[in-house]
Ligand binder design. Structure first.
Ligand code: SRM
Ligand code: SF4
Length: 507
């Protein structure tokens, strides 16, 4: 039996609301039907139960690359239309704007589209923002500059931003990652399709992974498809996989509608054969020469580019949150010191590329860099948090503020020899990617003295980059009130943390 979302799509395709937006805006949010509330997510407009009337708008930022004109437009929209004037950088190198009214959507969409920003197909049963190396075209060690490919994938699946009816009725969400660097910077293993650089018979291309998933039911790293593609086969292969998933993927239970279930049902050989038939070309077996051989970095700090004399400066954005004036200031900095460009990372931070060596000192002295630091404390540096209860419809606990507060407390008490990546998710849906943190936290509720309180399951062992692997639960139902002392213990035992003021001396 088809699930409720399939029925909504049968009645009217999700994308149909694109043409109806002006009318929906005119009628006002309270008049929007239940079905259209879901369909509006097809064009990036998310009704928020926590703040009725104030919506979240999710963009598409392929590969996390933004121009300063785009940033200025986002800042302008927030300043003019949002009650909170804030946006969040997401774990898919993307931006979500907060506090917007549906009634303003025609003008907001017009402003976004005028600078080439799209919200289309950014939610529900679509290919989500395509993630790529944040240092594509900058990294001195990169093998393939994936920027054109990221854009080509986005154009193919969204019909050049107009919205693709063919690729917007998938059984469920779908994630694509492509990197040409040596450090697996866009986490191929947790995507439905992951492209990693490889070399076969002297030609550079990509080995392909499929079926990675993180959600409340399971966390499974992507499996090798045993396939090597040249750069010009990347888009055709994506479309072939999407057609197979769309035609044969499970559509009954929503919880089991991800592509991994089709792959497991068929077995990888049959899946590969079907993809080959859909692609219309023979799939070449995977190349043995793969290049994920560098330690994964977070791109925070000052790094030399492949262009001699130029640097990119990675800035840590605490819990990924920015306000309209900060966005405007960021645009100014990227114009004054860079080349009108900013890159977002999957760690919810950003970088300003193309800074000349002689300009570094002045940039580093700018006031915004005292807030978005290129040298954050090791415990803040690797902090990632999903939206959580402040705005999320599905959250079990509050995350962002709690994550930040706790990181500051721990940073004030502990000295760490290296960054520790702590990833928070306010519920088991895993938007904050807790399975890839050094420490992952998944929100839940537990009983203390008969009272229900906020709690977390703690995961450890997640590893990113070369030999990536997913972490596993090591402690369940830890009340949030006890988390500071529990995490302190784990940081001392497993990550070489030392008390800044040993208890004996502290008094
Ligand atoms: Fe997510 C649903 C936020 C990345 C797995 N996710 C949601 C919703 C839309 C629920 C809702 O309506 O309130 C959240 C919106 C809250 C809000 O107001 O911001 C939400 N997800 C996010 C973001 C913003 C978290 C963040 O703070 O960065 C990320 C947006 C990415 C983007 O720009 O498109 C985000 N979500 C992820 C990821 C990580 C990733 O893609 O690498 C995952 C796990 C990976 C995966 O999908 O395999 C993820 N989100 C989910 C799921 C579980 C999907 C499933 O297969 O069951 C849900 C629930 C659902 O879809 O029914 C969900
Ligand atoms: Fe919301 Fe849960 Fe996703 Fe966090 S993990 S954004 S709480 S759905």
């Amino acid at each position: 039996m088809a699930n409720p979302i399939e029925k909504i799509k049968e009645e009217k395709p999700g994308l149909a609301v694109r043409a109806e937006l002006d009318e929906l805006a005119r009628l006002g949010w309270e008049a929007v039907s239940k079905g259209d509330l879901e369909r509006l997510k097809w064009i990036g407009w998310f009704f928020r139960k926590k703040t009725p009337g104030r919506w979240m708008v999710r963009l598409r930022v392929p590969g996390g690359i933004l121009t300063t004109s785009q940033i200025r437009v986002v800042a302008g929209i927030l300043a003019a239309f949002s009650d909170v004037q804030q946006c969040d950088i997401t774990t898919r190198q993307n931006i979500e704007l907060r506090g917007l009214c549906l009634e303003d959507s025609p003008e907001i969409q017009r402003r976004l589209e005028a600078v080439g920003l799209s919200t289309v197909q950014s939610g529900m049963d679509n290919v989500r923002n395509v993630v790529g190396s944040p240092v594509a075209g900058l990294d001195p060690h990169e093998l393939i500059d994936v920027r054109p490919l990221v854009q080509q994938i986005q154009d193919a699946i969204t019909a050049g931003g107009e919205g693709s009816f063919e690729f917007s009725n998938l059984p469920r969400k779908f994630n694509i990652s492509i990197t040409g660097d040596r450090e697996n910077s866009a986490h191929a293993e947790i995507n439905d399709i992951g492209f990693l650089p490889a070399c076969r018979e002297g030609q550079l291309g990509f080995n392909v992974l499929v079926g990675g998933v993180l959600n409340s039911q399971r966390a499974t790293p992507a499996l090798p498809l045993d396939c090597f593609v040249l750069p010009d086969q990347v888009v055709p292969l994506c479309l072939a996989i999407l057609r197979v998933y769309s035609d044969y993927g499970p559509r009954e239970a929503r919880t089991r509608a991800r592509m991994i279930y089709l792959i497991e049902d068929w077995g990888i050989e049959k899946f590969r054969a079907e993809v080959e038939a859909a692609a219309g070309f023979l799939l070449t077996p995977a190349a043995s020469e793969e290049f994920i051989d560098f330690a994964r970095r977070d791109h925070i700090g000052v790094w030399p580019q492949k262009q001699p004399g130029f640097f990119f400066v990675g800035l840590h954005v605490p819990i990924g949150r920015l306000y309209a004036p900060q966005l405007a200031e960021l645009a100014r900095l990227a114009e004054q010191y860079g080349e009108q460009e900013v890159r977002l990372t999957v760690e919810q931070s950003l970088l300003i590329p193309h800074v000349r060596a002689e300009q570094l000192e002045s940039l580093l002295a700018e006031p915004l860099l005292q807030v978005f630091s290129p040298e954050p404390d090791p415990l803040l540096r690797g902090l990632v948090s999903c939206t959580g209860a402040q705005f999320c419809n599905l959250a079990i606990i509050e995350t962002k503020e709690r994550a930040l507060k706790l990181a500051h407390v721990l940073a004030s008490e502990l000295e760490l020899p290296r960054p520790v990546r702590i990833h928070w998710s306010g519920c088991p849906n895993s938007c904050g990617q807790p399975q890839i943190g050094d420490i992952g936290l998944i929100g839940t509720r537990t009983k203390v003295g008969g009272q229900s309180v906020d709690a977390v399951h703690i995961l450890m062992g997640g590893r990113v980059g070369a030999d990536a692997r997913l972490g596993e639960v090591v402690q369940e139902n830890v009340p949030c009130d006890e988390l500071a002392s529990v995490l302190k213990g784990l940081l001392i035992e497993h990550f070489g943390a030392e008390e800044r003021y040993p208890p004996a001396l502290a008094s």
